[in-house]
Write a protein that binds this ligand. Sequence first.
Ligand code: HEM
Length: 243
Amino acid sequence: MKQEKLDKTPARLDFTQSITGLILAIFIMGHILFEASILISKEMMYKVTIMFEGYYFFGETYPGIVSFLAGAIFVIFIVHAAIALRKFPDNYRQHKTMKKHALGMKHEDTSLWLIQLSTGFIMFFIGSVHLYMMMSEPSDIGPYASSHRVVHEMLAPLYILLLFSVITHAFIGLYRLALKWGFMEGKNTKVSRARYKVLMRIFIVVYILLGMASLAKYISIGLEHDFSDGVKYKSKTIKMENH
Ligand code: HEM
C-alpha cells in the first residue's frame, strides 16, 4: 500500500526555531554578564574586550574575531526571526480562535505569545542596528569607546529599549521551551510549571537590573571622561596602542 508522504517542514521549522532561540538566549545571558565587567572596573572591561579579540590566545588583538562572532550571531538572529515570520499567520489564526472561545478568560500562553511578538518586532530593528555596528566597528569596543557610543552617539535610549525587549523575550522564550520539551518536568506538571514561572520572573528582574546598572556606569564614564585627546584606553598592566 502506498503511504502518503508526511510533510516534515513544520516540525523542522519548529525545531530550528527552538535551537536558534536557545543559542541566542545563552548568548545574551553571557553577553550581559561580560559587559557588566564595567561594574568591577574599566580595567576589567578592557581585559574582557581583548579576550574576545584573541589577545590571551595570540598575544595580539584581532578585532576581526568580534566581527566574525557578530556576523554569526546575526545569521542565527535572522534565521530565528524569519521562521517566526513564516509561522506568524498560523499562530495569529490560532490566537484569534482561542480568544473567540475563551472570551473574557485570561489565557496566559497567548499573552506571553503577544509579548514575544512585540518584543521580537522591536528587536528586528534595533537589534539589527546594534549587531551591524558591532560587526562594522569591532575595534570601537572598550571602557571609553563604549561609553562614548552610549552617551555621545546617543545609543543609551536604544540600549534601554533593547535591554527590556531582549531580556523579557529571552526568558519567556526559555520558559516556553522548557514547557514544550518537558525539561526537568517532575511528576506534577502544575508544580514544575509554577516553578519555571518563578524562575523566569527572577531571571528577568535580575538581568534587567544588572543591564541597567552597567548602562548607568557607561553613561557616567561617558559624561565624566574627557575624550578630546582621542586616546581610547591605556591599561595599567597591558601595553597596547589600541582601546
Ligand atoms: C557578537 C555580537 C554582539 C557584540 C560584540 C555586542 C557587544 C556589545 C557591547 C560592547 C555593548 C556595550 C555598549 C557598546 O559598546 O556600544 C553592548 C550592549 C548591549 N547589547 Fe550587545 N553585542 C552583540 C550582540 C547583541 C545582541 C544580539 C543583542 C540583543 C538582541 C544585544 C543587546 C545589547 C544590549 C541590550 C546592550 C545594552 C546592555 C546593558 O544594558 O547593559 N547585543 N553590546
